[in-house]
Ligand binder design. Structure first.
Ligand code: MTE
Length: 810
């Protein structure tokens, strides 16, 4: 079954290309989520644990136990029975963006993709607790992580009898899909609590404390709860008693489902297509309960059709074998801890008549998804029927999901709301033509007042910009100026997000992610109003204010344009592909081959703008997306890491980044023609020398040449790196080189190669250059790498008779 997780984003990510461990029973391709797509939910900075410290990682079992213990990961791995189980983790905020559309909750906007599945390897938690021998009166297991957050370490609890019940599958895991845990997922040790919300699966686990009462950790009390729906953000802030009522704490997941196909934005032509369309999606139950049915309605819930369900988890029940160092044996356990996939073939003619597709799932305890949303202050456990609207456009049907994740605009909820529909009117806010639906009354949302009475200071843009730093960060919301200085320490999102907004108009982001409570706090920080001219100037400096519909090309040479971070693909431990969404799907990047763009971010610590140039790996003809391959320079004991790359790595999805360009003196026009500083040149062959991430501009030109069968320009790429793992774009370069050996050659040389490496060793040298491409008429050298390499290459080339005008340093 080709069920792809990424479909919910409506974008083409090839899951099969992602590194996937072999799974024991031949299972469906995307039952297990690839590491790069596995969702990440961290409340603060990720604790850094060095490779050589992993085995010595210590955690304690203390509290109401006869035999308190401290164990190392080494002991856990050697002294206990190891197990491997497939488990789906689901964030309690999955589908929260729908809640935020109805009324802003205190939580950020997950789409329907806040869940992922992996094979976890570790030790059953009860084995460890049993050795510590809990005392009489012990009822809870409190867990604490190593991540130090504004309100203490992250921690929570589950009931002791659940932890001791092997049917519940609660474990201490150190591997995911056969790999040691990655930093984001709790490296080196985490709890995994199947069937319950992800928030109970504490990462970077340091303590298990056995107690007679639930955890009193701040994050256990003020997070992961569904307060009664009438409790407003204000009421919850003024009356802490709501948070202390353990009845409102969430443990088991509730039954939920979503549609993946049709994807958001998918179009279906009514002409000449097969008669049927297969609707697909996922479903999960909570507490180990099996999803017992998934039903589809095309008439707003009057009638329902039963879909087919595939339970890939069941394929693992039939085996009893070692996997990734743990015993995989689920034959004795009936519980369902993983998502399942449903599908239903529908007549296209039926879809044509329908306004929407609705799905609901039921579990084996007959819990069923409700029609209406249960809104609550944290926006968690959202599980009403998942609805995909059908927009008719002549002979085309276009499908619209409820929302697009994070700050990405789109979805029927936003459309309906901005047209004045009341999303809680029982008809999803829509006014269906002739459907007999009740007339819609426009919802009037009380605006929260964010200004302070009596503040009448007029502020100019110059004054604002003088506060565009970390010392006294001022920012603008709806033309009003706020001073964030006093709130730097207390801001739940960290000081960094205020500093990043300094000197800028942050209306869009602020309004999108802040609750009414947060808005109601703003008068305290209000310092004045921006004058009219400055408001215009601020807006004009921000191309988002322009009509983006009209702009076919994203990059502008004299103004910064913003694109939202859509995805962060992990290529290796220190390399990522950052995928940004352009302003609309038809927009092209506007970057000629061989040129670069500038990226601007604010230093999270100082608030200063950090600007670097990059060459994206996006193909010229690609629309709507911008992909940048970046090697992250982490802090080491001796050297401070890269400011830009660390800031990029810390960016949450949905955050806007500024881009400007194109820049660069070289442009490749195709078929040997290029310009240097505007001067036209004809080239017969290119010598391309690069190292590390310097490959990106080289790769761009190389790809353009090789992709054009009529381009006879010969290319030699000399790519120098330390380790094999450091070679970027290798797969792509090799694929082109193998298929076009008459037109190009790619040579790698490594200074710290593993023993198995059978390629070149050592640094790029003058001899290597002479061997692979001596100078001749019509050759040109393109060079991109660290300064030392560039200086040496210049020297060697000059010695070998190359003229300065034949060398381009990126
Ligand atoms: N554990 C610690 N120590 N700190 C955290 O911020 N987040 C929790 C949980 N465990 C968190 C944590 C939440 S809310 C979720 S949904 C899951 O981890 C997410 O796990 P993942 O990032 O591996 O997908």
């Amino acid at each position: 079954m080709a069920h792809s997780f990424e479909d919910m984003f409506g974008r083409a990510v090839n899951l099969m290309a992602a590194r996937m461990p072999p799974t024991p029973p031949e299972t469906v391709d995307s039952f297990l989520t690839s590491p790069g797509l596995f969702y990440v939910r961290n409340h603060g900075p990720v604790p850094q644990v060095r490779e050589d410290e992993i085995q010595d990682w210590e955690f304690s079992i203390e509290g109401l136990v006869e035999n308190p213990m401290t164990l190392t990961l080494r002991q856990l791995m050697s002294e206990y029975e190891q197990v491997t189980y497939p488990i789906t983790l689901v964030c309690a905020g999955n589908r929260r963006k729908e809640q935020n559309q109805v009324r802003k909750s205190k939580g950020f906007s997950w789409g329907a993709a806040g869940l992922s599945t992996a094979l976890f390897t570790g030790v059953v938690m009860s084995d460890v607790i049993r050795r510590a021998r809990p005392l009489r009166g012990a009822r809870y297991v409190c867990m604490e992580g190593a991540d130090k957050l504004p309100n203490g370490f992250y921690g929570t609890s589950v009931k002791l009898n659940w932890a001791m019940d092997d049917n519940k599958g609660i474990m201490l895991a150190y591997k995911m899909n056969g790999e040691m845990l990655r930093p984001d997922h709790g490296k080196p040790l985490r709890a995994v609590v199947p069937g319950q919300i992800g928030g109970r699966s504490v990462k970077w686990l340091k303590k298990l404390i056995i107690t007679n009462a639930p955890s009193d950790n701040w994050y256990h009390i003020y997070d992961n709860r569904v307060l009664p729906t009438m409790v407003s953000p204000d009421e919850s802030a003024n009356n802490p008693r709501w948070w202390y009522d353990e009845r409102y704490a969430i443990y088991d997941l509730n039954v939920n489902s979503a549609i993946t196909y049709p994807a958001h934005g998918e179009r279906l032509s009514l002409i000449g297509l097969p008669e049927n369309y297969r609707i697909k999606g996922y479903a999960y139950g909570g507490g180990g309960r099996r999803v017992s049915r998934v039903e589809i309605s095309l008439d707003k819930g009057r009638t329902w059709q039963l879909s087919d369900i595939n339970y890939p988890e069941d394929l693992y029940r039939g085996v009893n074998q070692q996997l990734y160092g743990g015993q995989l044996d689920m034959s004795w356990r009936e519980s369902c801890f993983c998502w399942c996939f449903w599908s239903l073939s529908i007549k296209v003619s039926e879809l044509k008549e329908a306004d929407d597709i609705l799905v609901r799932a039921m579990d084996e305890a007959m819990n069923i998804q409700p029609r209406d949303m249960y809104w609550s202050v944290l926006g968690m456990m959202n599980n009403p029927w998942f609805r995909v609207a059908i927009i008719k456009d002549g002979n085309l049907l276009q499908f619209e999901h409820p929302t697009q994740p994070a700050l990405i605009p789109g979805g029927w909820m936003e459309r309906v709301k901005s047209a004045g529909g009341d999303l809680t009117n029982g008809h999803w806010g829509e006014q269906f033509g002739g459907g007999g639906s009740a007339p819609i009354e426009r919802a009037v949302e009380a605006e929260v007042k964010m200004t302070k009475d009596g503040v009448d200071r007029i502020i100019t843009i110059d004054e604002l910009r003088r506060h565009g730093n970390a010392d006294q960060p001022w920012f603008v919301l709806n033309g009003e100026v706020y001073d964030g200085t006093e709130f730097l320490g207390g801001h739940p999102g960290g000081a960094q997000s205020i500093i990043s907004a300094a000197g800028l108009d942050s209306t869009e982001e602020f309004m999108a992610i802040h609750s009414e409570t947060a808005k109601a706090m703003m008068p305290k920080y209000h310092v004045g109003s921006l004058d009219g001219v400055s408001r215009v100037a601020l807006r004009e400096g921000d191309p988002q204010g322009q009509s983006i519909e009209k702009r076919k090309v994203f990059l502008q040479p004299r103004a910064w344009t913003k694109a939202a971070l859509l995805e962060k693909r992990i290529v290796s431990w220190d390399t990522r592909i950052f995928v940004f969404q352009l302003e609309h799907q038809e927009q092209t990047l506007g970057l000629p081959v061989g040129q670069h763009l500038m990226v601007r971010l604010r230093d999270p610590v100082t608030g200063e703008a950090v600007i670097r140039s990059y060459t994206p790996i996006t193909e010229i003809k690609e629309k709507g997306l911008l992909e940048v391959l970046v090697k992250i320079y982490f802090d080491t004991e001796e050297i401070k890491g890269g400011r830009m790359t660390l800031a990029l790595d810390a960016l949450p999805l949905g955050r806007f980044v500024d881009f400007k360009g194109p820049i660069g003196k070289f442009e490749y026009l195709g078929r040997g023609s290029c310009t240097i500083g505007g001067e036209l040149r004809q080239v017969k062959s290119f010598l391309m020398i690069c190292a590390g991430s310097g490959v990106t501009p080289i790769y761009q030109v190389f790809r353009a040449i090789i992709q054009d069968p009529e381009d006879s320009t010969y290319c030699v790429v000399l790519d120098g790196n330390r380790l094999f793992e450091d070679i970027l774009c290798k797969q792509e370069l090799d694929a082109y080189a193998t298929e076009n050996s008459d037109r190009c050659k790619v040579v790698y040389t490594l200074t710290k190669a593993h023993e198995e490496w059978d390629g070149m060793r050592g640094r790029i040298s003058g001899d290597l250059i002479r061997e692979h491409m001596p100078w001749s008429e019509g050759t040109m050298a393109l060079i991109c790498g660290p300064e030392a390499l560039e200086t040496s290459v210049r020297k060697w080339l000059s010695e070998q008779g190359w003229k300065n005008s034949d060398m381009v340093f990126f």
